[in-house]
Write a protein that binds this ligand. Structure first.
Ligand code: PLP
Length: 348
C-alpha cells in the first residue's frame, strides 16, 4: 500500500461539539483502482476532490454501492470496530448484484486499519461520539455504453459524528403508493440508486409532517418492511417482531445484533412477515408497546407514531426495550461491557 500523509492536519479547525452528520471528513482517504481486470495497489492520501470524465459510467447508469460502519474509542483511547467482517461480506454481496468486481478482503482490512490508525485523533471517546466510515465503489470507466464498466474506483472516507438526536418526535407514514424495493431487485444491496429513489416520496412525506416512511411490500402494501434506511421492530405484549430479510430488505447488522442481544436477555423475538393490519389491531387492543428502527447511524431510533390511510396511531412513551437494547449494544461498541458474541475488533 502507498501512503501519502497530510502535511498539516485540519483537525484544529473542527468544532467537534457541533457536527452535522456526514459533512466533515478526516485528513485521509483510501483509494484503489480497478483496471486491466484487477484491483491495483491501494493508496492512502490526503482527503481531496476527484477528477472524473463526464462520461464516467456511474454518472449515467448508477453502478455504485456503499457500506456504512462505525469506529468507537474507549476510555483507554483504544479504537474498536463493530462487526466489520459483516460489513465486508455485505459489501461484496452488493457488488456482485451490481456486476461490480468484488474487493479483496486483505486490501479492505489492511486499508481500513492503516487509515483509522492515521486518523485516530478524529475519533473522540465519550458516549455518542464515533467515526462514521463510508466504503464505496463506483464505475469510473469513461463510457456511456449501457453495460457493466471495466474500470472502477473503490474508496473509504471517514466522518466524525455525534450521536443522532433529532430533538423532536419521529412520526412515520406507512407507504401505500410508493415502494422502496421490488422482488428480484436490488433492495437487499446498498446500491446508490435505492436511496435516490426514496428522496422524492420521503420529501413529500416530510411536507406532511412525517420524518420517515415505513416501506411496505411493493405488491400489496400490506406488509411492513423497513423504516426509511432502518430495519423496523414492533413490540407486541413482550415479544419483539421484525420482518424476515429477503431480496427486498436490507440485512442490517444492527438488526441482527439487536435480535441476538434480545434473545440473550431472554426476550422472545419473532422474524416473520408483519401485516399492517396486525399492528393496527395490536394498537387498538393496547398491546402494541413500542416501534423502533435500527441502523448503524442511529443505533436504535424509537418511533412516536405511525399513520396509515389518513389515521394516526400514537405509541406509548416508555420505550423500555428500545432504550435498554440500545444501551446494551452501545456498551459493547464502546468496550464498556463484556462482548459475549465477540463482535468488537481492535484497531492496532
Ligand atoms: C444500511 C441500511 C440499514 C441498516 O443496516 P445496518 O447494517 O444496521 O447499518 C437498513 N435499511 C437500509 C435500507 C439500509 O441501507
Amino acid at each position: 500500500m502507498n501512503i501519502k500523509e497530510i502535511q498539516n492536519s485540519k483537525i484544529s479547525d473542527i468544532d467537534f461539539d457541533n457536527l452535522t452528520f456526514g459533512q466533515t471528513f478526516t485528513d485521509h482517504m483510501l483509494i484503489c483502482h480497478f483496471r486491466n481486470g484487477k484491483w491495483q495497489t491501494p493508496e492512502i492520501s490526503p482527503y481531496k476532490p476527484l477528477t472524473l470524465h463526464p462520461s464516467a459510467s456511474v454518472l449515467h447508469y448508477g453502478q455504485a454501492i456503499f457500506e456504512g460502519m462505525k469506529a468507537f474509542k474507549d476510555d483507554q483511547e483504544q479504537v474498536w470496530l463493530f462487526r466489520p467482517d459483516e460489513n465486508f461480506k455485505r459489501f461484496n454481496r452488493s457488488a456482485k448484484r451490481l456486476q461490480i468486481p468484488e474487493f479483496p478482503e486483505s486490501y479492505f482490512f489492511e486499508g481500513l486499519n492503516k487509515l483509522l490508525f492515521l486518523d485516530k485523533d478524529w475519533i473522540k471517546s465519550g458516549e455518542g461520539n464515533s467515526l462514521y466510515i463510508r466504503p464505496f465503489v463506483f464505475a469510473s470507466q469513461a463510457s456511456v455504453q449501457a453495460s457493466a464498466a471495466n474500470e472502477y474506483i473503490f474508496m473509504i472516507i471517514c466522518s466524525p459524528v455525534k450521536s443522532y438526536y433529532s430533538g423532536g418526535e419521529i412520526n412515520v407514514l406507512i407507504a401505500e403508493e410508493y415502494s422502496r424495493a421490488a422482488s428480484g431487485g436490488v433492495g437487499f444491496a446498498k446500491a446508490a440508486g435505492n436511496y435516490a429513489a426514496q428522496f422524492y416520496p420521503t420529501s413529500e412525506a416530510l411536507k406532511n409532517g412525517f420524518q420517515q416512511i415505513i416501506w411496505t411490500d411493493a405488491d400489496t402494501h400490506q406488509y411492513m418492511e423497513e423504516a426509511g434506511t432502518m430495519n423496523i421492530f414492533f413490540k407486541v405484549n413482550n415479544t419483539l417482531i421484525t420482518a424476515p430479510t429477503n431480496d427486498r430488505i436490507l440485512d442490517g447488522i444492527t438488526r441482527k445484533s439487536i435480535i441476538d442481544l434480545a434473545r440473550y436477555q431472554g426476550i422472545k423475538v419473532e422474524e416473520r412477515p408483519v401485516k399492517v393490519e396486525e399492528i393496527k389491531s395490536a394498537h387498538q387492543k393496547g398491546i402494541l408497546k413500542e416501534v423502533f428502527g435500527t441502523g448503524t447511524a442511529v443505533v436504535v431510533l424509537p418511533i412516536n407514531s405511525f399513520s396509515h390511510q389518513g389515521k394516526t396511531y400514537k405509541l406509548p412513551s416508555e420505550m423500555t426495550f428500545a432504550h435498554s437494547l440500545k444501551k446494551s449494544l452501545m456498551d459493547i461498541q464502546y468496550n464498556k461491557s463484556d462482548d459475549p458474541f465477540n463482535w468488537r475488533r481492535p484497531i492496532v
